[in-house]
Ligand binder design. Structure first.
Ligand code: HEM
Length: 477
């Protein structure tokens, strides 16, 4: 995939900064009245039939968005998975307006995403309106920064257990190994089990079933199944078959937990949401609990695992930052924490595992020099924002030093989205990445299997390394 190695011939915006992080020129955005809408042109539309756009976006989002950026500029009109004409933007001011809008004015597009039939229409990820606020309020405490500190030991143990098994001198893909770690961590948090679930337990069977489900989602036919399920509240076809076993296990775990005499004192996430009551005293049904559990398991481990695989895919092909990181971590240098943070920030900038998120505006909206009518879906291309020349000079270079002594901007660096829909698991994902990255850097000399970068593969809503981040362990320390 040569597009990864080469910068697209994008137009650097005027005033591109000379440092390693710059700024975008201002651009007006936000709600407008009908008169202003009438005075503004619509974004330039991609001249391809809808099915071609859906296919291209689904299979090769990387090439698709960079090509459109080059051809149409920072805003364009598209047709995609979602209903009606959509627009796509990559300007920080446009993103600020969308993230700061009220949930009524700009609800999330996750409500219409391919995940809806899998997670149900009412989970914290897919719900909109008061239902979303209620679910989010319920789930925020266990994912809060301070609560995450409780998981640090569990993360370190999961990482150590897994890293100890990696072969020396033989190529392997990092993504599935990282998934083993992140799945143990999220399942530990949800079900309150320390360490990997023991064979013979329901949790162990669920772990196996989830891994099979994810393997299945890379098979030919999975894309078709995904398209067939679009717009549905219930899964059917292959998706339904794939979910049958994990669902049965989750329901059995829920039933057992309901009758657990210790339920009132348990600190795990499942017990917490099982006990929670709304203002009118209602508790979550089994179905609702299943939807939240599946949301947390599915949103919470593959993303983090692939983001880590990307970090190493970048590091093993960039000897300077790799060496600097390894040296600092092994010497327990003063700046080791900062280097770990800068490396992760840069990896998430250059390879955001969720390359696009979006909102549907309920009123007419301005996007720079263009206007879109009410009920337009607006895609926020995280990938394109992260590769703006004006924000990140030499955007295709991997430069962790961009972030030394500097925090990323809320609307310029958005791997976790933003506003009231910002990723619920961001603190957990960062804690996992910090601990695992550091542990690998400390213990292993990793090298690439090929000098050529791994291209991106687009699966469901994620962008993952095409070969899973293949590496060879040269030596252990
Ligand atoms: C590196 C890892 C991760 C990345 C890159 C990531 C990215 C994202 C993004 C881009 C969104 C959409 C935000 C928006 O539209 O503004 C999101 C939402 C969400 N993520 Fe994550 N995520 C990660 C890890 C996790 C983890 C570990 C969990 C849970 C345990 C999680 C749970 C969720 C949930 C529940 C939502 C929906 C939040 C809402 O709509 O209120 N994610 N994530």
């Amino acid at each position: 995939m040569s597009a990864v190695a080469e910068a697209p011939a994008g137009q650097p915006a005027p005033g591109a900064a000379s440092g390693l992080v710059g700024a975008a020129p201002p651009s007006p955005a936000g709600p407008i009245d009908d008169a202003e809408l009438a005075s503004l042109p619509r974004p330039p539309a991609i001249r391809l039939p809808r099915f071609a756009q859906v296919w291209w976006f689904g299979q090769r989002q990387w090439g698709f968005v960079f090509r459109n950026r080059e051809r149409y500029g920072e805003v364009w009109g598209a047709r995609g998975y979602v209903r009606g004409r959509a627009a796509v933007t990559c300007h920080p001011d446009h993103i600020r307006a969308l993230f700061k809008a009220s949930p009524e004015e700009a609800p999330t597009l996750a409500h219409e995403s391919p995940l809806r039939p899998v997670l149900g229409p009412d989970s914290v990820l897919t719900a909109i309106g008061p239902r979303h606020m209620r679910q989010r309020k319920l789930l925020l405490p266990p994912f809060h920064g301070e609560a995450i500190a409780r998981y640090e030991r569990m993360i370190a143990e999961a990482a150590e257990r897994e890293i100890a098994r990696w072969p020396v001198g033989r190529a392997f893909a990092l993504a599935p190994r990282m998934q083993a770690i992140t799945l143990d961590v999220i399942m530990g948090g949800i079900f309150g089990i320390g360490g990997r679930p023991r064979p013979g337990t329901l949790e162990h069977a669920l772990r196996v079933a989830i891994r099979q489900l994810l393997r299945g989602s890379t098979m030919p036919g999975a894309k078709l199944a995904e398209l067939m399920n679009l717009g549905h509240d219930e899964p059917f076809g292959l998706t339904r078959i794939g979910l049958a076993v994990p669902d049965r296990l989750v329901y059995r775990i829920i039933a057992r937990r309901r009758s657990d005499p210790e339920l009132a004192s348990r600190g795990d996430i499942l017990s917490l949401i099982m006990r929670a009551r709304t203002e009118d005293g209602a508790t979550l049904s089994d179905r609702e609990l299943r939807n939240e559990v599946m949301t947390l398991v599915l949103a919470g481990h593959e993303t983090t695992a692939n983001q880590l695989a990307w970090a190493w895919e970048r590091l093993v092909r960039n000897p300077d930052p790799h060496e600097r990181l390894v040296e600092a971590v092994r010497a327990e240098a003063e700046d080791a924490d900062e280097l770990v943070e800068a490396t992760l920030t840069e990896a998430m900038r250059s390879r955001p595992v969720i390359p696009m998120t979006g909102r549907r505006v309920a009123v007419p909206w301005r996007l720079g020099g263009y206007g879109v009518p009410a009920d337009t879906a607006i895609g926020i291309s995280i990938l394109l924002v992260h590769h703006r020349e004006d924000l990140y000079p030499e955007p295709f270079a991997f430069r962790p030093e961009r972030w030394l002594g500097r925090k990323p901007g809320t609307y310029e660096w958005l791997p976790f989205g933003g506003g009231t829909r910002r990723c619920l698991g961001a603190a957990l994902a960062m804690a996992e990445q910090r601990i695992v990255l550091r542990e690998i850097a400390r213990q292993l000399d990793l090298v690439a299997t090929t000098p050529r970068p791994e291209g991106p593969k687009h699966r469901n809503v994620t962008m993952i390394p095409a070969r899973g981040g293949r590496v060879i362990v040269r030596a252990r320390h």
